[in-house]
Design a protein. Structure first.
Ligand SMILES: Cc1cc2nc3c(=O)[nH]c(=O)nc-3n(C[C@H](O)[C@H](O)[C@H](O)COP(=O)(O)OP(=O)(O)OC[C@H]3O[C@@H](n4cnc5c(N)ncnc54)[C@H](O)[C@@H]3O)c2cc1C
Length: 358
């Protein structure tokens, strides 16, 4: 096969940025087309939590393990500080009202000094890590741009085809020519480009807040929490090295808006997350809230991403549907897709993620 010289990547989330990076490393001329801004959606608002082995036992296991290793390599290679570090990870139980009895079940970090009961250890610095999601996405794209990739702001409206072969994309009414096209528009992928034989990708909304607290240890927390009104949910509390503590949770069935710019933030949901964080540590109790935000993770019907060729259109590829693990799995996705595009096959088995499976 002849490797494509010019590839258009649609979407500048972490997945598009990773595909662009690994293509640019292979000498391909890449244009990334993004409608709003780099990492403006879930890739800028996620936890950035990474785990080596939490996907073991599912089809995602090899992708996650390969990606966890690539994250460590990229932290050395990209030459940017995006807060990559290893973490210890704990499971906690806490209630907004009242206290659970019995005390910590395992040795608990001293900063968890309020109503939370540490019930288990979920990961160590060998198996869990984090990145700042927006900075990681930007670092990937910057590294791609340093190798000639260009970023263009515009709305992708269609894949331009001739005789069943992708020839580019329509962006704001004009054709942008390319030898190959990668669709990586997160939950908007199958809405932005219709008429392709792709399984529907949907958006699942979640909220997050950030708190301004310096020097919280590198301990990620997964909390079994009950709000005062009886609602049960599982906030994730992830301290970052830059003095920010990130808290997320609260699934919301609200439909996906047409653009990331139109995502609405529900203050009540964010307040609930703040209260949950404040219950587990006096360090967080009076911390200032710096951001309240919402975003949609891209999900498929079987919970597995779509990574591979678009059925029926030569030269068209898709990489989306990574659900709760897009930050983790973006590097191995980008590498595998770049190999598929330039060499015709990926070292990693992409069979479970074949877009034609659903
Ligand atoms: C609250 C929350 C916490 C999370 N925490 C974690 C975590 O700790 N670890 C982890 O691994 N994963 C986490 N995730 C999941 C992860 O954030 C996502 O899987 C990942 O960000 C998806 O990246 P993406 O590039 O596919 O999509 P997105 O980030 O949605 O990017 C898609 C891009 O495409 C652009 N776009 C859309 N339509 C068009 C168009 N027509 N033309 C041009 N551009 C377009 C958008 O503007 C956007 O920039 C979390 C998700 C949520 C919601």
């Amino acid at each position: 096969m002849t490797a494509p010289r010019q590839v258009v990547v649609c979407g500048a989330g972490v997945v598009g940025a990773s595909v662009a990076y690994f293509l640019a490393l292979r000498g391909v001329a890449v244009t990334v087309v993004e409608r709003s801004g780099v990492a403006c959606a879930a890739s800028g608002k996620s936890g950035g939590f990474l785990a080596l082995d939490w996907c073991d036992g599912s089809a995602l296991g090899p992708l996650a393990r390969a990606s966890f290793a690539l994250h460590a390599e990229l932290a050395q290679k990209l030459g940017a500080d995006y807060g990559y570090r290893r973490l210890d990870t704990f499971m906690l139980a806490a209630r907004e009202r009242g206290r659970l009895g019995g005390g910590h079940r395992v040795a608990a970090p001293s900063w968890l000094d309020d109503a939370g009961v540490v019930t288990g250890v979920l990961g160590s610095t060998d198996t869990t890590a984090q990145v700042h999601p927006a900075r990681f996405t930007t670092a990937l794209l910057d590294a791609a741009r340093a190798r000639g990739c260009t970023l263009r702001l515009g709305v992708v409206e269609d894949v331009v085809q001739r005789d069943g072969v992708a020839r580019g994309v329509r962006v704001d009414g004009a054709t942008l020519d390319a030898d190959a096209v990668v669709l990586a528009m997160g939950p908007w992928t199958t809405r932005a480009v219709r008429g392709l034989r792709l399984p529907t990708v949907r958006g699942l909304k979640g909220y997050s807040v950030t708190l301004d607290v310096a020097d919280v240890p590198a301990h990620a927390l997964f909390v079994d929490y009950r709000a005062a009104d009886g609602r049960a949910f599982e906030p994730e509390i992830i301290p970052r090295p830059d003095g920010e503590v990130y808290v997320c949770g609260m699934a919301d069935p609200a439909p996906l808006p047409d653009s990331p710019d139109a995502v609405k933030v529900d203050d009540a949901a964010c307040d609930t997350l703040c209260r949950a964080a404040r219950r587990v540590s006096t360090r967080l109790a009076s911390a200032r809230v710096t951001r309240r935000q919402a975003c949609y993770r891209p999900v498929t019907d079987d919970g597995l991403p779509l990574i591979g060729r678009v059925p029926g259109v030569a030269g068209a590829y898709v990489a989306t549907g990574h659900g709760p693990w897009g930050m983790l799995n973006a590097p191995a996705t980008g590498l595998a897709l770049a190999e598929l595009i330039t060499e015709g096959a990926a070292a990693l088995d992409l069979g479970p993620f074949d877009p034609a499976r659903l």
